[in-house]
Design a binder for this molecule. Sequence first.
Ligand code: 4NP
Length: 175
Amino acid sequence: LSPPHFPHSPSPRPLMTKLLFVCLGNICRSPAAENIMNHLADQAQISTQIECDSAGTANYHTGNPPDRRMQAAATKRNMPMTGSARQFTKADFIAFDLILAMDCENYQNIIALDPQGQYRDKVKLMCDFATNHSDQEVPDPYFGGAEGFDYVMDLLTDACSGLLAQLESTEFKNV
Ligand code: 4NP
């Protein structure tokens, strides 16, 4: 059976959607989100259609690997982490299709770099995509115990799955 032909359908969407996950330090939450999303995209066999990166609004940890406690929580779930921290910059507004803030402070710090609001539609709160958690924000685990890192993994797995489902039902249609 040949594929349906839609002579008046809109032109195909771009093949690649670029996602940037942003937290404060870029050593706990946002590298975990990046890693989880890559893992889910691999599982769904759409890793050629999604590109993920992460950044921090602060520069305290620039060049550092993910926090050891976050790595431990990720490794427990068979998702060993890679990456080195960098700070969010204005150029990221152009380079990425979606910018996902882990909490409201991250969100405010990101949009403060876009005073004209040109890129406002690209910036979203990560928890808006969660379907099994009612959290509004991904809690900062840095000053707490191991359970906080496990919780971040669960919440981010939920939110990344929801985001992936939305992308699959919109971005990747007609490709
Ligand atoms: P993240 O966690 O924003 O999820 O990477 C933090 C990392 C470092 C600090 C705070 C939060 N810090 O204060 O150094």
